[in-house]
Design a protein around this ligand. Structure first.
Ligand code: ADP
Ligand code: MG
Length: 238
């Protein structure tokens, strides 16, 4: 499961309406990318889905349930941030298992889940290392592993690769795409990078100043951009 519906969701900071009321549906298992220039409201929208930001109006539904008043930790979502904080004194194994220890899950179940997460992220050989002994890309994978172990119904990524150098970024994009193919879990991925959007998404949501300009597959956006902004942003020939 992992169907996410935004129903007339809007956001004001003080008197400034950064997101006028909008509707959006992310289907179960989709890889949706929110793309648009810096400041257009991508992070705010994602944070409202996660419950980290109050809504000014409207509702968020997850799998048919209105979760607008449900705290972030009870929404069954995993948020992977741009700046990932790993515990430097803990091994990879301990870092990945951390959220489960907080939930007081039995140790044998934690071990099983950590092993499975490490398997799916190619981290088996690094479980006993500490973050300082890992590359940037490996640390990023540990951060994702910490999200996977909780078996979320959807993953939310906010520009998770922007701290990595160009070569690593390409590799991590591929890894996240492969992870989606294996798990078939809903993912919402925020980026200002058109290439990332076009190569990773099933569904692209193009935002400008808090307004959805177009929703569609990469091919639809490329071949049928609805306006000059989308055409220019996606780089299609219109
Ligand atoms: P993006 O992630 O697309 O770069 P954001 O969602 O971070 O955009 O920001 C959207 C708009 O809301 C920007 O104009 C930003 O300055 C404003 N904004 C974001 N957070 C706050 C806040 N806590 N208080 C006031 N304004 C904010
Ligand atoms: Mg942002």
């Amino acid at each position: 499961m992992g169907r996410i519906v935004l129903d007339q969701v809007s956001k004001k900071f003080g008197d400034v309406e950064v997101i006028p009321p909008l509707d959006l549906t992310i289907e179960d298992g989709e890889f949706a990318v929110f793309v648009g220039p810096s400041g257009c409201g991508k992070s705010t929208l994602l944070r409202m889905i996660a419950g980290l930001e109050d809504l000014t109006s409207g509702n968020v539904e997850i799998d048919g349930e209105v979760v607008t008043e449900v705290p972030p930790s009870k929404r069954g979502l995993a948020m992977v941030f741009q700046s990932y904080a790993l515990y430097p004194h803990m091994t990879v194994r301990k870092n990945i298992g951390f959220p489960l220890r907080m939930e007081k899950m039995p140790q044998d179940e934690i071990d099983k889940r950590v092993e499975a997460a490490a398997q799916s992220l190619n981290l088996n050989d690094y479980l006993d290392r500490k973050p300082g002994q890992l590359s940037g890309g490996q640390r990023q994978r540990v951060a994702i592993g910490r999200a996977i172990v909780r078996d979320p119904s959807a993953f939310l990524f906010d520009e998770p690769l922007s701290n990595l150098d160009a070569a690593l970024r390409v590799g991590m994009r591929l890894e996240i795409s492969e992870m989606h193919e294996r798990m078939q879990t809903t993912m919402i991925y925020v980026t200002h990078d058109q290439v990332e959007a076009m190569t990773m998404a099933n569904k692209i949501v193009v935002l400008q100043a808090g307004v959805i300009e177009q929703v569609g597959s990469p091919l639809e956006l490329y071949h049928k951009p609805q306006n000059v902004f989308v055409a220019g942003f996606i780089g299609s020939p219109k």
